[in-house]
Write a protein that binds this ligand. Sequence first.
Ligand SMILES: [Zn+2]
Length: 134
Amino acid sequence: MTKEEYYQKNKDKIILYQKSYRQEHFEKIKAYLEKNKQKIKERKKSYYQERAQFVLDYKRDKGCSKCGWNKHPEILQFHHTKGDKSFSVGSAIGNKKNEVIKAEMDKCILLCPNCHFLLHLRKTKTPNKLTQPN
Ligand SMILES: [Zn+2]
């Protein structure tokens, strides 16, 4: 069983334990957080940057799945095509692990803003209302 599977299986118990631990050691935790404020802030920032870089590299490697564009990978967008959407990739960067994010990214195709917009436009409008590209 992986750590993630263990967590999912025992989620309720773990959350309850964490809650009671926090209540019991409230003052101690508060003092620790206060004392290490700057360190914690920097660590969070570096985690975030490391994950953002991971997502960016993934985007650059793949490019837009329709037109191949990858000049500015930061604006490529994930479009869910396979399986259920568990979360949006952008919102997960701050709080989920790389392998969890990767699994979610693999459920998607990458699209540049143009192709993504067109795809949704085609879904909502009947084709004869769209201007056909020449
Ligand atoms: Zn495209």
